[in-house]
Each structure stands twice: as C-alpha cells, then as structure tokens.
Design a binder for this molecule. Sequence first.
Ligand code: CTP
Length: 383
Amino acid sequence: MARVILGVTGGIAAYKACELCRLLAKAGHEVTPVLTADAERFVTAHTFEALARRESPRELYPHLLEADLLVVAPLSANTLAKLAQGIADNVLTQTALAFRGRVLVAPAMNVRMWEHPATQANAALLTERGVELIGPEEGELAEGETGLGRMTEPEEIFTRCRVLLGDGGPLRGRHVLVSAGGTREPIDAVRFVGNRSSGRMGVAVAEEARRRGASVTLLAANLGVRVPPGIDVVQTPTAGDMAREALARRNETDVVVMTAAVADYRPAEAEEGKRPKSEDDWTVRLEPTQDILRELGESRSNGQILVGFAADTGDAGLVRARAKLERKRADLIVFNDIARAGIGFDAADNEVVLISRDGERAVPRSRKEAIAAVVLDAVEDLL
Ligand code: CTP
C-alpha cells in the first residue's frame, strides 16, 4: 500500500478524477484528495472523500512528507504554469512545491492553450525537472473543438501510477544497492585523482530497479546526472566512503550492482590545505584501495546476487572481464568496450556483453536505460 496525493484542478475532466480516485483506493492505496477551488466548481471534496474511503486529514503536511506519489489529474493550463514557476497560492500548489517524491501530471485543456508556446515551455520545464507527464490526448474537447487537450483516461493514468509506485513489480520487497559515478581520491584540499564516469549507467539501473518495485539505495560518487525521486541516495565521493557504506549494508541487500568506477589507487597521504606551486617535482605515492565487489563476494550471505561492471578495451578486455567473474566471486559481469566511440563513459548509449557462469550474451548498442533493463532481467533470472 502506498500513499498517494491526488490533486484535482478545475476543468470538465475533473469528474474523471473520481474514477482515478476509486481505482487507487480499490488497489489498497491511501489516497489524499486535494482539490483547488476551481475544481470544486465541477466536483465536491465529499465525492473524493467517499471514494477514497477516508476524510481529508486536517493536517496535510505530515501526510505530504510521507507520500509516495503526487498525481495531478486533470492539470489545468493555469496550475501547470504555477507548478512550472513555483507559485504556491493554494493547498495543491503549496503541496507540489514542498513535495520531494514522484510527481505525475495529466494535463487537460483547450487545444490552443496546450499548443501555446508558454504552456509548451512550462511543460518542458516540468519534464526537465523529472515530473512525468501523461497526455493530453487527441479528441473532442469541451468547447466542441477537436485536437490535443483531452485528459488521458483514468485507467491509463492508474496504470502509470502503478508503474511509478513499483506496484506488483517483480522486484517488490527486494533491496537493491547500486553504486554509480566515479570516485575522487584527494591529493590535497583541491586536487584529486578521478575518472570520467558520469554515473548515467548506474542511475539507469537504480531507476529500473525502482520501477520494478525494489527499494533502492544508490551510492553516488560525484554524479554528473540527476537522480529521479524515489531512490535513497547516499553520497560516497571516495572509494573509502563507498566501501564503508556498501559493506555496512551487505546483510540487508538482496542485489548489489556495482556500476561505479571505483579508483583502484588513492594517494597514500593527502596533503592538508592546497599545496602551493613550486619549481620542484611533486611525487605522489599511490596505495591500493579496497576492492568492494571482491569483499562482498567473499563475505556474501545466502542468495545475494552480485553484479560487477568491467570497462575495458578489446578482446583482451573481454578475457579480463571473464576472469573477474571468478576473482570477485560475482554472479554477473557486464563488460563494455570503452575503446569504441560513442558508448560507455559519459555517453547516453552502451554496448555490453553479459558474462555469467551460464554463458555470455552480447547486447547491441542501446540506450543505457535499455541496457539497465537487460541487466535486471538477468538479475531476476538469477534470483
Ligand atoms: N570495483 C570495486 N572496488 C574497487 C574497484 C572496482 O568494487 N576498488 C568494482 C567496480 O565497481 C566494477 C568491478 O569491480 O563493478 C570491476 O571494476 P574494474 O575496475 O573493471 O576491475 P578491477 O578489479 O579494478 O580490475 P582492473 O582495473 O585490473 O581491470
């Protein structure tokens, strides 16, 4: 059961939000309806309270903090603009501004309002910030016109809510730990030894695991990409931080996916403050870091699945990746050839070979989101 805030704004489609409320409540979710004054011109709060089978809480704020999803359906052009600009002039817009979880909105308006550059810019801004838009759909509109502007049907919005809540997903009840990004090992107060990993692959894996219903913790090392809501993020900028946080969670984790580029070496002594420039050479001695995946492999509890990534080059790299499966006692190694242009480090695409004890599978060049899905399919098979 999840906590859902259902925002309803003014418009004829508001009556359809009653059905969405009923579907969410029937699925066992705790629904808190929040209607704008305009919405109440079309429907009443009592209708929603009856359908949600509960009264609106007097104190909305505590509910808000714990809600898993905010869905606004229908979303008027006016409220869409307010959400984009961060205007908080009623309970719904205040809720939206304070809320830190997933947000799904179903715009519904006149086609000319939808197509106006102002609305399009506002919608693009929301998408950029991670808000999910569903619709509007093509069809007959309230004023007798036809075009894009109809609210998506409640059943379809409900289905999207279920996906966002990880409801009934195959990884429901599982704890998944994902590491992402590249660690930075300080040389002095401002300099570090690092790498080019953006964390995109790891964030895609974390998001896909969440979509499949897992509770996900992301160990984040200097990410260059945004993490969608609904994922527990722990900042682990150095290899030492990542090792500490990963090992502390090993017993409560069902699946570990190490996509992070963890430094193999760190400066043995980081200087305090910034080292001033001089004419002399500067020798930095590097010492090995702890191999997190290997440590997890050696001490793993029953049934835990361990996945490693191996960024290497050419056929020799593939051979080394195969050896990593045994050396790190992992269940799956995902090899990607970083010598190829346009894939791997800091790119949107990847092309990988999945290596397990059951064999190998080459996955052709695809978006990292699609690669994440293939990796988690393999994890589900192993579970
Ligand atoms: N890894 C780790 N801890 C480290 C180094 C790497 O857990 N200190 C993990 C990575 O997150 C990755 C896997 O081990 O999932 C393979 O990393 P890679 O750098 O390819 O392997 P290494 O063991 O460092 O071997 P080499 O650099 O010699 O290829």
